[in-house]
Each structure stands twice: as structure tokens, then as C-alpha cells.
Write a new protein. Structure first.
Length: 492
């Protein structure tokens, strides 16, 4: 069984086929219509690939086109590569080259951003939609361990890495979401998080459509439209990152506006217990929380339902194990801090093109996150990955930003850190060294050309030298300490 077969079965199910699968821009698509579009595009893809398995990228914003493209690629026996619609030309080129994609599925608006010198074909869905819909003829039976999709997660080496997830990863994770969050075919789920992100794609989209529920799609977050959809579509489950929940606390009559919501869920960043307490006081409902990484498909632990425990990321989900490992490699006791390790059917196959797989040892995924476990088996996060910056739920790895800035000839040294920010959660700050005065505007222009907007440093500070350890490592903790000290002095 594979994830697309669940959707196709729903499109044939006498109880579900005429039910709305997707609601987008005032247009309703039934499961039967979705199944037809998947069939038709799959046949079209097979004509191009001549039935051979290929890596096919999707470069589209949230919408119906993304959904049926996703399942059609798999139905045609190929592998799915997701490209964030906010990516720059440089980022697109990296993913297409790294994944060796033979085809890019996009539309007329986004096709203009695809580099012309890349060796891949383009399927423009605006043209495809004019073609007569076809019936799917040949069923390709993908096995559970076949490669299913590649999601790019920011890498520690400077460029995003492709996380390979197979059928087993996605199906078991989607089933766990349905089970723990109690999703049924009577429910309506709202998604404004990017469908190219593991949270939006696997956790929300796949789980929703597997269960036979209705998926209500927003191309991007907009508060007024969101509240209108919650009311008109009778949304039952609300998914967001902590930054959005914090922003919504400023809304008037928040309890009334969210009266239809049965379950609030937060992920992609640690939820501040103070925020969740205030949310409960205003809405009379808890924000349930999940923990995981793209590398764990992403669901690994859940804190919700009758087992909810304030401030925790919960316990491991069904069939998943977690433990805390100390620096000496031994398992930590209760309340001892160490690295969180995860093991189960949700763990990725590995990184595309990376054969060492140093992040997985003896089937355990080393998360890079640090925390502890209490005596009841509930897990808690103490600190995020050492270097990662979290901008409104978007992960930014300093190495990627540093790599771009270092390409400027007048820059001799660079270090990028994250600084707490009331509006963004964290902001990107770059420290540079140079023999001459650095033109900060020039650096920002170059970054905007080569990086997604949320990765561009908000501040660029020039130093005479960067603090270094005896082994030549930049001491970023010193940079952060000095920055915060200077900010405090300035404030006072």
C-alpha cells in the first residue's frame, strides 16, 4: 500500500467520492475529481518519462495544483522533490541540480523563475489543464520501502540537504497523526503553512486526505481570510507555529472567533509555556504540541488529549522510541540533560547523495536538540540545535547565509547568529570582517538575490576581528553575549 492509493481509494469509495476533498479560492474539488486529476497528470508524466522512475520537482505555491501534482508524480512511479515557492533562482538551481530532477512541474507565474540553462523539462500546469482529462490505465505498485519524496531541510554544510522519506515513513506517520489528533472524514483541516514543508505536506495534507477529511487551503497566511474560512468551512483542527499563535493573542474576541475549533496544534518551534497559558485563559482550550524533524517525517512525540502536560513536548507516538543521551554516550536518567534520540518507522532513509549518514547511528536519529525526560516519561526541550535560527517557524542555518556572504570579494570573515526578537522570534544577524569599510546595503542586496527573504540578515555588523578559539573555531557564543550586552546598555 502507498499513500496515493489511499487517496485513489477515497475517490472510488461510495461514501467519500462525492465528498469535498479540497476547498481552495471558493472552488470545491471532490475526491472523485481529485482522483481524476491525479490519474490524468500521472499518465501525462508517464508519456514524458516513458514509464521510467525519475526525480520530479514541484515548484508551486499552496493550492490544488500542488496537491494533485504531488500524488500524480508518485502514481506515475517517480520520486517527489518539493521546492519552496519563495525560493530564489540560486536556491532553485541547487535543488534541481542536487536532486537531478528531470522534470519540473510549475505554472506560468513560477516558470519564469526556473533557470533556463538547467537540463530538465517543464510541465506548465496552465497548459496541462487545457488537455482532456484521461483515465489512469496502468497501476504502478510502489513498495513500502521505495523512495517516495525528498524534502529539503537546511543543511549544516551551507546548502540545504535532501531528506529522503519512503512509503513506510509517510504512511506510518500519517496514520499516527490521524490516531493521536482524532481526525475523521467529518473534519475540516485548514492549511496555510507551506505544503513544501514537512509539517504542511506530511502532517496536514497527507493525514487529512488519507482520512477522507476536507483540506481547506490558503496560499499564504492572512488573518482576516483565515477567520472567514474558519467560520465558513467549519474548521475543526487549527495548525500553526508558535509565532502565529503569539500574533493571534492580540485579536479581539478570540474565543468567539475560534469557537468552531476542536483542536489547536503547534509545531516547528518550541511553544513558550507562558504563551500557551495565556491562550488557555483566553480560549479555554490548550494548544497541543508535537515534536519532530523533517528527518522523522516529522511526527515523533505528542503532547495532547487527556495526557496533556503543560510545558512538555509529550511522549513518543505509536511505534516510536525516544531517549536522552549524555555526552559520554550513555542514556540519561530522569531530569538529566542530553541530546534527544529518535527511533522508529518514521526515520528517514538518509540524505540525498550523502552516504555517511552520521546523523543516524544504530537506527537512532540524533536530533541535535537537547532536553530531558521526567519520571512520567514526558520529554522537554531545553535548547534547539546549536546553530539553527528560527525565524517565524522557518529554519535558517547560519552556514548557508555565511556561504553567500563570503562570496563577496571584500568580505574576509563572516559569522551569522540568531538574536531573540519580539516580532520574529529570532532575527538573523551577520558579523563581517574586511580590510575596507563594508557596504551593508550591498551585502543585503546580494543576500536578497541568493537567499529566501527570511534568511536575509536584518543587521550586518563590521568587526575588526571575529573571536576565535585556540583551534580556530569562531566563538559565536561570545558574539551573541556581546551583542546582547551592547543592546542592553543602549536600551538603558
Amino acid at each position: 500500500m502507498n499513500i496515493t492509493k489511499f487517496i485513489i481509494e477515497n475517490s472510488k469509495n461510495i461514501l467519500l467520492k462525492d465528498k469535498i476533498a479540497i476547498q481552495y479560492l471558493n472552488k470545491s474539488i471532490s475526491y472523485k475529481e481529485l482522483g481524476r486529476d491525479i490519474h490524468s497528470l500521472a499518465e501525462y508524466i508517464k508519456e514524458i518519462t516513458k514509464g521510467r522512475s525519475s526525480n520530479i520537482s514541484i515548484f508551486l505555491p499552496n493550492g490544488v495544483q500542488f496537491v494533485y501534482s504531488y500524488y500524480a508524480i508518485h502514481r506515475a512511479g517517480s520520486n517527489i522533490i518539493s521546492i519552496n515557492s519563495r525560493s530564489t533562482t540560486r536556491e532553485i538551481s541547487h535543488i534541481l541540480n542536487d536532486s537531478q530532477s528531470s522534470i519540473v512541474i510549475t505554472n506560468s507565474v513560477y516558470e519564469k523563475m526556473i533557470p533556463a540553462n538547467l537540463n530538465c523539462s517543464v510541465i506548465n500546469l496552465n497548459e496541462f489543464d487545457k488537455i482532456e482529462k484521461l483515465d489512469f490505465k496502468n497501476n504502478i505498485n510502489n513498495e513500502l520501502n521505495d523512495t517516495h519524496s525528498v524534502l529539503y531541510s537546511s543543511g549544516t554544510t551551507g546548502d540545504p540537504k535532501g531528506v529522503i522519506l519512503n512509503q513506510k515513513n509517510i504512511i506510518t506517520n500519517s496514520k499516527s497523526v490521524i490516531h493521536h489528533l482524532e481526525i475523521s472524514d467529518d473534519d475540516s483541516l485548514l492549511v496555510f503553512l507551506p505544503l513544501t514543508h514537512c509539517f504542511g505536506q506530511n502532517f496536514i495534507m497527507n493525514s487529512c486526505l488519507m482520512s477522507g477529511a476536507k483540506l481547506v487551503i490558503m496560499e499564504k497566511y492572512e488573518t482576516k481570510e483565515m477567520f472567514n474560512l474558519i467560520e465558513s468551512e467549519n474548521i475543526s483542527h487549527f495548525f500553526a507555529v508558535p509565532f502565529i499563535f503569539k500574533k493571534l493573542l492580540n485579536q479581539n474576541n478570540i474565543k468567539d472567533k475560534f469557537k468552531n475549533i476542536r483542536l489547536f496544534f503547534s509545531a516547528a518551534d518550541t511553544l513558550d509555556p507562558v504563551l500557551s497559558t495565556k491562550w488557555k485563559s483566553l480560549t479555554n482550550k490548550n494548544i497541543y504540541e508535537g515534536y519532530g524533524l523533517t528527518e522523522s517525517s516529522p511526527f515523533a512525540s505528542y503532547n495532547g488529549g487527556k495526557y496533556y502536560k503543560h510545558g512538555s513536548i509529550g511522549k513518543p507516538i505509536i511505534d516510536v522510541q525516544m531517549k536522552i543521551e549524555k555526552e559520554d554516550g550513555t542514556e540519561a536518567n530522569s531530569f538529566q540533560i542530553g541530546e534527544i534520540l529518535i527511533k522508529g518507522p518514521n526515520i528517514m532513509l538518509g540524505y540525498l547523495g550523502d552516504h555517511e549518514q552520521t546523523i543516524i547511528k544504530n537506527q537512532w536519529l540524533y536530533s541535535g536538540d537537547f532536553g530531558y525526560k521526567d519520571r512520567d516519561g514526558y520529554y522537554y526541550i531545553k535548547g534547539r540545535k546549536k546553530e539553527m535560527i528560527n525565524v517565524m517557524g522557518n529554519k535558517v542555518w547560519p552556514a548557508e547565509v555565511e556561504k553567500v556572504i563570503s562570496e563577496l570579494k571584500h568580505v574576509s570573515g563572516v559569522a551569522v547568529i540568531g538574536i531573540p526578537d519580539i516580532r520574529l522570534g529570532e532575527k538573523v544577524v551577520a558579523f563581517v570582517t574586511s580590510l575596507s569599510v563594508v557596504n551593508r546595503d550591498l551585502v543585503k542586496v546580494y543576500c536578497k538575490k541568493n537567499l529566501s527573504k527570511y534568511k536575509v540578515p536584518l543587521e550586518i555588523l563590521q568587526l575588526k576581528s571575529l573571536p576565535m578559539s585556540g583551534s580556530g573555531k569562531i566563538l559565536k557564543n561570545i558574539l551573541k553575549r556581546d551583542y546582547l550586552t551592547l543592546a542592553q546598555i543602549k536600551h538603558n
